[in-house]
Design a protein around this ligand. Sequence first.
Ligand code: CTP
Ligand code: MN
Ligand code: MN
Ligand code: MN
Length: 364
Amino acid sequence: VSALAPLGQQMAPYACQRRTPLLHSNQPLTEALETLAEDAGFSGSEGRSLAFTRAASVLKALPGRLSALEELGPLPGIGEHSRRVIQDVLEDGVSVEVERVKLSERYRTMKLFTKIFGVGVRTASRWYQEGLRTLVDLQERNTKLTRQQQAGLRHYEDLNTPVERGEAESIGRMVQEAVQRFLPGASVTLAGGFRRGKPHGHDVDLLLTHPEAGREAGLLSRVVSWLDSQGLILYQHSQENSFALHEGPEPPGGRDVLDRFERCFSIFRLEAQGRLGAARGWKAVRVDLVVAPVGQFPFALLGWTGSRHFERELRRFAGHERKMVLNSHTLYDTRLNLFLPAASEEEIFQHLGLEYVPPTQRNA
Ligand code: CTP
Ligand code: MN
Ligand code: MN
Ligand code: MN
């Protein structure tokens, strides 16, 4: 029995009770499990997908490299199927099941299509069923595309080239500059994977707010129009705020509840940063802009920092263990029948009775 065993047994059941760093020692195992999670998602098996995601997430929080299945002990959240996969990778270096998935036409095609901005599992799956297999097929067969998907296809290569931290920071400054023009004192905060310390990401997530509640209204459309007039926006699609407190809290559980902030899903035109490979002089970059009133800002920041699995676990913990409803706007206590305000992420963790987990440890 190795030194890992007692550590494995101390593992808390919810990912939001654990510290999950960006770099960990079990990469080949988590990659295998996440491939199966992705593949299950591609066939609409959300439950199975979640089971593999949970298992991968537990391994990411282990303090060392796993060398034998027995070291895991009776860890929470690792089912029989996941254990088999782990064992195969530990013993043979690969899992035959995972390798088969990666080579399968369905997995490869679904991956290709879902990497188009605006294409989800449902659309990709329909195209696959119709016999489409390549991006050229989409064009040649005159597949009906939304404006968003057309933009996604046009910028496919750029949008599937990782965004570097420096690029994210440049875009943050561009937005900050635009924001200052229209609302001095407003702030722009980099959230998403970059806030968790990732060196690159698939997009840039920016949160806008102003220290005086209400002042942020109308800001986003002005900012986006101005950036557009400067030729910096290749695509954008905005949504108005549809959140109303009097509607009461959203029911806990269910699907990932999207928040209702005013937002803009966009593609920016970023001037090349003097790097190699930017022969064209610019690069298309996906940017999410979200506006939060200051009272909801800590909830928005927590919700938009991720990871997706960390968020899902926070909400599950809140519901199951505390009878509270957490979303990116508020925290509601259903036993006391009141909203619990917070001025920082730390206060939200306190309300939930959770030890604070800093952003860089939320890579669940
Ligand atoms: N999010 C959300 N509502 C959306 C989209 C995203 O609340 N409509 C949240 C997700 O919960 C996620 C965070 O915003 O935690 C960032 O999402 P995303 O950009 O998809 O993922 P990242 O973790 O930033 O990963 P990447 O580096 O690949 O962008
Ligand atoms: Mn199984
Ligand atoms: Mn992101
Ligand atoms: Mn995003």
